[in-house]
Design a binder for this molecule. Structure first.
Ligand code: FES
Ligand SMILES: [Fe+2]
Length: 408
């Protein structure tokens, strides 16, 4: 349970909300797929933390990010022409290059070059890794440590990304990804057919442990199996919005990361990343459970209970949804755009989300007092070493010996 002021501190990101300020200053933000930005193609409008930007790719292939509003009179640069390594606003033809310098001001008659130099442009650091464009929207010249996660170091064919914009607050997305206790219940119809996940259906009241790490925590779900062994799943939470989900099949090298990026207070980009260190990822695999490109199926909204299929529920469908990710999205939407946490009644299965809240509240409070988030201490190798894991522990084994925790 969280009182309203704490809930606001945790969830709000727009304007001068402390959480939005901290996220902008201390974290690189995964903003859009690299493939969405084409050399000399249209500038892509991106909204993050309640502000609008455009991302474009130059003739030479470099990605750049500017404030959406033209520095002249505020026309949208999403309408701009992408000309020879620069954007030209279609209104009065001002031209701004990838470094954020104004290079042409056709409507200034006296000394246009000197005038161009005097124009201030909102330009932001952009880089690419793991099939995504990442932005740093903070102030100053010193971006934070880049999160060199394992998937950011892999060739493109070993990473598959799906992205969708949903109408609920980002922290609901974070919590959903950390909430292991719902998997064997909400997703009952799917886990039975998914490799080792059937063991989650076998025992839906696991023992939960949460172990702090320098970058977040490990949420450990331990399920006692009939033969005396324990099925262990360790989800990694990495501040501020990354969840690394254990593999569906222990024998498979494919893994998953889910990121919940705040677009504004009531909108979130959910990014689902499948990656594999050893082999090519087939983007169509798991289509049935990960059809997330747009969630059109939910467009009936609250009026239709997001398209819940009662007929299917009378047969063998537990939730009434026909796709695992849609099950998640529907329950998050049903909690409202910014979930009221003041009258929840949490139980022992909620340990991980309680920890996520505590950690992010502590971090935003410390940031307000001038202390940077601990992730800034985590070097590139520390990020690369973060990995979710699933394993069967023999009777009597301790999960702590198998957790593979990263230290600073
Ligand atoms: S508003 Fe962009 S050039 Fe005038
Ligand atoms: Fe789920």
């Amino acid at each position: 349970m969280l009182p309203p002021d704490q809930n606001d501190l945790l969830t709000r990101v727009e304007g001068d909300a402390p959480m939005g300020q901290m996220l902008a200053q201390h974290f690189w933000i995964p903003a859009l797929k690299s493939s969405a930005v084409v050399a000399d193609g249209p500038p892509i409008k991106v909204r993050l933390l309640g502000r609008n930007y455009v991302v474009f790719r130059t003739t030479e292939g470099k990605v750049s990010c500017l404030d959406e509003r033209c520095p002249h009179r505020g026309a949208s640069l999403a309408l701009a022409r992408n000309e020879n390594c620069a954007l030209r606003c279609i209104f009065h033809g001002w031209k701004i290059d990838a470094a954020g310098e104004v290079t042409e001001v056709p409507t200034q008659t006296t000394d246009p070059q000197r005038f161009a130099k005097s124009v201030k442009v909102g330009r932001h650091h952009a880089r690419e890794a793991g099939g995504l464009v990442w932005l740093w929207l903070g102030k100053g010249d010193k971006p934070p440590q880049f999160p060199h996660f394992e998937f950011t170091t892999l060739p493109v064919e070993r990473v598959s990304i799906r992205m969708a914009t949903v109408n609920f607050n980002w922290f609901q997305g974070v919590e959903a990804n950390q909430d292991s206790s719902h998997v064997g219940i909400l997703h009952r119809n799917f886990v039975g057919g998914l490799g080792n996940l059937q063991m989650m259906a076998q025992n839906s009241s696991p023992l939960y442990e949460v172990a702090g790490t320098p970058y977040g925590y490990q949420a450990v779900a331990l399920r006692a199996m009939a033969d005396g062994s324990t099925y262990m799943r360790i989800t990694e939470f990495v501040m501020p919005w990354y969840s690394f989900i254990p593999p569906i099949d222990m024998a498979d090298s494919e893994r998953m990361a889910i990121i919940a990026v705040p677009v504004d207070d009531r909108t979130t980009n959910m990014i689902y990343i499948r990656y594999d260190n050893e082999k090519t990822v087939d983007p169509e695999h798991y289509q049935r459970i990960l059809e997330t490109e747009d969630f059109k199926i939910l467009s009936g909204g609250e009026r239709t209970n997001w398209g819940q299929d009662r007929e299917a529920m009378r047969n063998d469908n537990f939730s009434g949804f026909h796709n695992l990710v849609l099950e998640d999205i529907a329950v998050q939407l049903s909690m409202g755009p910014i979930a009221d946490r003041s009258d929840e009644q949490l139980c022992s299965g909620d340990k991980a989300i309680i920890q996520a809240r505590r950690l992010m509240l502590r971090t935003v409070q410390a940031s307000g007092e001038g202390t940077a988030p601990p992730t800034e201490e985590l070097g590139p190798a520390g990020y690369t070493a973060i990995r979710s894991r699933a394993d069967i522990l023999p009777e009597g084994a301790d999960w702590r010996d198998a957790c593979g925790q990263v230290t600073l």
